[in-house]
Design a protein around this ligand. Structure first.
Ligand SMILES: C[S@@+](CC[C@H](N)C(=O)[O-])C[C@H]1O[C@@H](n2cnc3c(N)ncnc32)[C@H](O)[C@@H]1O
Length: 219
């Protein structure tokens, strides 16, 4: 899902790249790819899902073992880490680090589950429900503070910076409520409760967080 507004430092990183120097892993239906295009880049995109499921990636493959050679000035993983962090071992996703060119950076974006407004809690609960319905393919939202603990254990050289913003991108709450009402298997009344909470409080992304890892090498 797009993150609005984008961090200024991310926009600056993109502006320093050539179009083919950006890689987006787990690009899905291309919503964030469109944001990257708006910034003037045409990323190489990778996703494991099939086109029949609405996936618009140029390359079909696993983000944990992408079928790629070469390195990129900017590697982006947006709303991907939440799905894969449990399968990543102690040293972290070394393949992501290795895909970054000297002087380049890795960007991680995730929705923040600790956002307080009821509409954002509904979004967190929706993602939790989806993860329980499809535990092998999806994960619940990953909190920034949990990520900080994780990435410290990765022990990568180079430097990390991070931040967060309120995400102004709007969610199609009506479509989600209809989809919930249309036949998602209810688990102990959870679907009904969530549909009703969305009906009364709405649905919003709340805050998002980002983390940027920069190689220690010069370009
Ligand atoms: C929530 S979507 C995010 C899409 C896009 N990055 C965005 O923010 O608009 C997560 C995507 O990650 C993909 N994905 C999850 N695990 C993956 C893996 N191991 N390899 C490649 N793609 C993966 C899913 O197929 C899905 O399209």
């Amino acid at each position: 899902m797009p993150f609005t507004p984008l961090p200024e430092i991310f926009i600056a990183d993109l502006s320093r790249t050539g179009s083919s120097e950006v890689l987006e892993l787990g690009s899905g239906d291309g919503a964030f790819t469109a944001v990257l295009r708006d910034q003037g880049v045409e990323p190489v995109t990778v996703d494991r899902g099939p086109a029949a499921a609405g996936i618009r990636a140029r390359i079909r493959g696993d983000a944990m073992a992408p079928p790629l050679r070469g390195r990129f000035r900017v590697v982006v993983v947006a709303n991907l880490l939440r799905h894969v962090w449990r399968e990543i071992g102690g040293p972290g996703p070394g393949i992501w680090r290795d895909l970054v060119a000297p002087g380049g950076c890795l960007w991680v974006f995730e929705d923040e589950p600790l956002s307080k407004p009821p509409a954002a809690r509904n979004y967190r609960d929706l993602q939790g429900l989806l993860a329980r319905l499809d535990p092998s393919g999806r994960g619940p939202l990953l909190a920034h503070r949990r990520f900080e603990i994780l990435r410290r254990s990765w022990n990568w050289s180079g430097s990390w910076t991070s931040g967060g913003e309120a995400n102004a991108w709007s969610v199609a709450a009506d479509g989600v409520a209809e989809w919930l009402a249309a036949g998602v298997t209810d688990v102990g009344g959870e679907v009904d409760r969530l549909a009703s909470a969305i009906g009364s409080d709405g649905l919003s992304y709340g805050r998002y967080w980002w983390a940027r890892w920069q190689t220690e090498d010069e370009a």
